[in-house]
Design a protein around this ligand. Structure first.
Ligand code: ZN
Length: 184
């Protein structure tokens, strides 16, 4: 990440909106934003492989569901946050991963300019690729600040997306089970 460029851009941006980047409260803002970017865009260029490669043998071949994983991401259209919960289910094919590693995998794809639909796909594809389970289902419920504080101003409205891979595709019974487990 090029923090010099970020600092210059923030200074320009502040001038652009009619602010004075030299006033006391804003003096360290470019530096602060540059440091923050390291964290909130820290997933750029990475994959979840490093988090999912440590696997354990398991006989279990029923749904493993990790629900209510909190995430924060940045909408690539407005550079405003969207945030909420990810629910991930998979059917192991002899291998499972540590539950906290699944949350780490979510972070990799959330910490970049993103759209919710793409985030859903990237998480599902990463699990499919690096864990190779029989099936994966991912659901995301999120509030978008670009809908809450600007434009149509609908605070509290939740966007829901989901994606299926492998044996979850067209298995509506199993999908129903997923939704019931997420709700309970
Ligand atoms: Zn947006």
């Amino acid at each position: 990440m090029d923090s010099e460029k970020i600092k210059q851009a923030v200074t320009l941006f502040l001038q652009g909106i009619g602010e004075d980047p030299d006033r006391e409260g804003l003096l360290e803002t470019p530096e602060r934003v540059a440091r923050m970017c390291e964290e909130i865009y820290g997933g750029l260029g990475k994959t979840a492989e490093e988090h999912l490669k440590k696997q354990f043998t398991s006989e279990n071949s029923e749904i493993v569901l990790v629900k209510d994983i909190n995430f924060y991401s940045i909408c690539e259209h407005h550079l405003l946050p969207f945030f909420g919960k990810v629910h991930i289910a998979y059917i192991p094919d002899g291998k499972v991963v540590g539950l906290s590693k699944i949350a780490r995998a979510v972070e990799v794809y959330a910490r970049r300019p993103q759209i919710q639909e793409q985030l859903t796909c990237q998480i599902a594809d990463a699990l499919r690729k690096y864990l190779n389970p029989k099936g994966v289902m991912v659901m995301i419920e999120a509030e978008h600040m670009c809908m809450s504080m600007r434009g149509i101003k609908k605070p509290g409205s939740i966007t829901v997306t989901y994606g299926t891979r492998g044996c979850f595709i067209k298995d509506y019974e199993r999908q129903k089970m997923f939704f019931e487990m997420v709700k309970s």
